[in-house]
Design a protein around this ligand. Structure first.
Ligand SMILES: [Zn+2]
Length: 66
Protein backbone atom coordinates (compact mmCIF):
# COMPACT_ATOMS: atom_id res chain seq x y z
CA UNK A 1 0.00 0.00 0.00
CA UNK A 2 1.28 3.44 -0.88
CA UNK A 3 2.37 5.58 2.02
CA UNK A 4 0.23 8.62 2.58
CA UNK A 5 2.09 11.91 2.15
CA UNK A 6 0.93 14.86 4.20
CA UNK A 7 -1.91 16.59 2.38
CA UNK A 8 -0.34 20.01 2.21
CA UNK A 9 2.97 18.94 0.74
CA UNK A 10 1.14 16.82 -1.72
CA UNK A 11 -1.05 19.68 -2.81
CA UNK A 12 1.91 22.02 -3.10
CA UNK A 13 3.82 19.57 -5.20
CA UNK A 14 0.87 19.12 -7.49
CA UNK A 15 0.49 22.85 -7.95
CA UNK A 16 4.13 23.26 -8.81
CA UNK A 17 3.95 20.46 -11.29
CA UNK A 18 0.90 21.96 -12.89
CA UNK A 19 2.69 25.26 -13.25
CA UNK A 20 5.69 23.96 -15.04
CA UNK A 21 4.87 23.14 -18.60
CA UNK A 22 7.73 22.69 -20.98
CA UNK A 23 7.55 23.55 -24.62
CA UNK A 24 8.08 20.50 -26.79
CA UNK A 25 9.87 22.67 -29.36
CA UNK A 26 12.45 24.69 -27.42
CA UNK A 27 12.30 22.83 -24.12
CA UNK A 28 11.89 26.01 -22.11
CA UNK A 29 9.30 26.22 -19.36
CA UNK A 30 6.22 28.00 -20.59
CA UNK A 31 4.93 31.10 -18.85
CA UNK A 32 1.30 31.98 -18.88
CA UNK A 33 0.75 35.67 -19.49
CA UNK A 34 -2.59 37.42 -19.40
CA UNK A 35 -3.12 39.67 -22.33
CA UNK A 36 -5.92 42.05 -23.11
CA UNK A 37 -6.74 42.15 -26.78
CA UNK A 38 -9.19 44.39 -28.56
CA UNK A 39 -11.63 42.74 -30.89
CA UNK A 40 -13.41 44.77 -33.51
CA UNK A 41 -16.89 43.57 -34.36
CA UNK A 42 -17.69 42.43 -37.89
CA UNK A 43 -19.36 45.69 -38.85
CA UNK A 44 -16.42 47.61 -37.47
CA UNK A 45 -18.60 49.77 -35.25
CA UNK A 46 -17.68 48.51 -31.85
CA UNK A 47 -14.63 47.30 -30.07
CA UNK A 48 -14.68 44.71 -27.34
CA UNK A 49 -11.89 43.76 -25.03
CA UNK A 50 -11.10 40.19 -24.51
CA UNK A 51 -8.84 38.58 -21.99
CA UNK A 52 -6.52 36.09 -23.50
CA UNK A 53 -3.97 33.87 -21.87
CA UNK A 54 -0.84 33.47 -23.92
CA UNK A 55 1.67 30.74 -23.51
CA UNK A 56 5.07 32.32 -23.74
CA UNK A 57 8.33 30.51 -24.37
CA UNK A 58 11.41 31.05 -26.48
CA UNK A 59 9.47 30.34 -29.67
CA UNK A 60 7.06 33.25 -29.44
CA UNK A 61 8.48 35.56 -26.79
CA UNK A 62 9.70 38.09 -29.34
CA UNK A 63 6.33 38.12 -31.01
CA UNK A 64 4.47 38.85 -27.80
CA UNK A 65 6.87 41.24 -26.10
CA UNK A 66 7.56 43.61 -28.92
ZN1 LIG B 1 9.03 26.95 -27.39
Amino acid sequence: MARKVSGFADKLRKQMTDYTVHCPVCGESIQFVKHIVSVTSKDGKSIRFKEKVERVCKCNRQEIFK
